[in-house]
Design a binder for this molecule. Structure first.
Ligand code: FMN
Length: 196
């Protein structure tokens, strides 16, 4: 049975476009997968704290004091696919999402260090990335080179082994083109929901 982990990170809650598009995807996807389990990790309603020195020491010595990280990693590993929604914040991602990533990118649990370099330990799992942006960061646009959101998320999840990543992007949401952008994103959602 498919088990999805839905991860949301926009503080705008009900007004968030990235959350709404992720939910719209799941609503359309569910009828194709009756019985699927969806676990929701809301990084705003239930934020993870920033790392401190105790935790970092524990992480690298495999000592105690990493219970929250263990819990988040266990939850992450229990899923077999992911729907992650994120606003673009200052060309990157919100701090709550970065903090979460710092807890789940764990040596020996989600990546390994081998003689041949790093190896992601999460294999055969796929992700949908839902990204909302106020301005235009589409590939080929004037500000495309300033987009550290999608390249970062693809890099860090690729690092732990998740390379099958589909993207639903909504750009220009703070312009008069918002409705057009949202309609285009929903067309992408419809196609993906039927095939993913
Ligand atoms: C703190 C902050 C930083 C932002 N930085 C960017 C940015 O770098 N590029 C951009 O296109 N939009 C930026 N925006 C606009 C948001 O990406 C946009 O409003 C988007 O819809 C937010 O996602 P949400 O609707 O899911 O909350 C920023 C908004 C905030 C509040």
């Amino acid at each position: 049975m498919t088990h999805i982990l839905q991860i949301d990170s926009s503080p705008r809650l009900e007004r968030s476009h990235s959350r709404a598009l992720a939910s719209a995807f799941l609503e359309q996807w569910k009828p194709y997968h009756p019985g699927a389990i969806i676990t929701h990790r809301d990084l705003v309603r239930d934020p993870v704290p920033y790392l401190d020195a105790t935790w970092i020491t524990a992480k690298f010595t495999a000592a105690a004091a990493i219970a929250l990280s263990d819990e988040l990693v266990d939850e992450f590993l229990a899923a077999d696919c992911y729907v992650l929604s994120a606003p673009m914040y200052n060309f990157g991602i919100p701090a709550v999402l970065k903090s979460y990533i710092d807890y789940i990118v764990r040596p020996k649990r989600t990546f390994a260090v081998t003689e041949n370099g790093f190896k992601g330990l999460i294999t055969h799992k796929k992700m949908i990335l839902v990204q909302a942006r106020g301005s235009d960061f589409r590939y080929g646009s004037a500000y495309a080179s300033m987009n550290f959101q999608e390249p970062y998320l693809k890099t860090v999840f690729g690092f732990i082994g998740i390379t099958d990543i589909e993207v639903i992007n909504a750009n220009r949401l703070n312009t008069e083109l918002r409705d057009q952008e949202l309609a285009a994103a929903r067309t992408t959602i419809q196609a993906l929901a039927a095939t993913w």
